[in-house]
Design a protein around this ligand. Structure first.
Ligand code: ATP
Ligand code: MG
Ligand code: FE
Length: 332
């Protein structure tokens, strides 16, 4: 069984072919047009998807060593994401499946981020807790089976990836700033500056406060020393990253305590963060968690994770009809 999967929810156009649950490839075209705007421009993203989608799909099919007639289904990201971006993937998937006379499989992008853990070994055992940390979401999810997941905590405002990107922007770093904060933080002192650790009720998060705190802190410092940022870049990055990671870990520990589940996974773009990976690895060794961290290429947006989700849906016969429409917001 070969399934073609397409991801186009944000600014990555990606395609992947999966054969009986084994991912054969993961072709990703990243859009660089957004860099100079300091964030993803929806209309430009949509246009870039239109340019990229055919070559990306063609490469996935070619490198799988098959022809399109051997496909058994076409899967796509239905949401959540940018409507104009999703629309390109959805429309393409629909017409491709229709022309080949094969089923369509819709995939929830956030569920797919979690199912990226089933691409390679070691795979987490059910039930496990997944901390999903991406550009648009921050969620604690209790994963009961491949397709049965429950959100037990989430952010009430910004996502943690957004907090990385927005504070990076305040430091004058280009978009997306998350990976750059990570890079500079390696040479800095995480205790150099104390940024707030916001405490929310239950298992919820809030990441909008740190952005404002950094804004005012920088404004005051720059008044006294216009070179404050360049002279302290590494310490600033390390201190911001420290606060963000602390907030993530406090609630994760609480979730473990409440659920008594100690199989722990992380997913989403921010799980590429080396500080988060290190802190989690240390913590897991101390407390005795089984920790699962995906490969870098499966952390940020990719079609391999969509293909993995599609595999499980195919096995259950969960198909979509041709009138399916994208959803900018979509619950797990
Ligand atoms: P969502 O999945 O919620 O729809 P998205 O698809 O835009 O959002 P991802 O592609 O999963 O999000 O992740 C992108 C985010 O990950 C960006 O905010 C980016 O800055 C962040 N990110 C990537 N690498 C790192 C890193 N090393 N350190 C911190 N943040 C990172
Ligand atoms: Mg992206
Ligand atoms: Fe994503």
């Amino acid at each position: 069984i070969f399934i073609l999967a397409i991801e186009s929810s944000c600014d990555e156009t990606s395609a992947s072919v999966i054969a009986d649950g084994k991912v054969l490839n993961n072709i990703v075209a990243t859009q660089s047009v957004h860099e100079k705007y300091g964030g993803v421009v929806p209309e430009l993203a949509s246009r870039a998807h239109q340019e990229n989608i055919i070559p990306v799909v063609q490469e996935a099919i070619l490198s799988a060593g098959i022809t399109k007639d051997q496909l058994s289904a076409v899967a796509f990201t239905r949401g959540p994401g940018l409507l104009g971006s999703l629309l390109v993937g959805v429309s393409f998937a629909k017409s491709f499946a229709f022309s080949l006379g094969i089923p369509l499989i819709e995939v929830n992008h956030m569920q797919a981020h979690i199912l990226a853990h089933f691409i390679d070994d070691p795979k987490p055992n059910f039930p496990f807790i997944c901390l999903t940390v991406s550009g648009g979401h921050t969620q604690l999810v209790l994963v009961k089976s491949h397709l049965d997941m429950q959100v037990i905590g989430e952010t009430r405002d910004d996502a943690v990836g957004e907090a990385f990107d927005k504070t990076a922007k305040l430091l004058g770093l280009p978009y997306p700033g998350g990976p750059l904060i990570d890079k500079h933080a390696k040479d800095g002192n995480p205790k150099a500056f104390a940024f707030p650790i916001t405490r929310m009720p239950e298992l919820d998060y809030s990441f909008s406060g740190i952005k404002t705190a950094v804004l005012y802190f920088l404004r005051d410092q720059l008044q006294e020393n216009p070179k404050f940022i360049e002279e302290n870049l590494a310490d600033l990055c390390a201190s911001i990253q420290y606060s963000l990671i602390e907030m993530l870990l406090i609630k994760l520990k609480k979730a473990v305590k409440e659920t008594r589940v100690s199989e722990i996974a992380i997913a989403g773009g921010v799980s590429a963060n080396s500080g988060l990976r290190e802190s989690l690895t240390t913590l897991a060794a101390q407390i005795g968690w089984n920790l699962y961290i995906p490969k870098f290429e499966y952390c940020t947006d990719n079609a391999a994770m969509i293909a993995m989700a599609a595999h499980y849906k195919y096995l259950k016969g969960e198909f979509s009809t041709l009138d399916v429409a994208p959803l900018a917001k979509m619950k797990l």
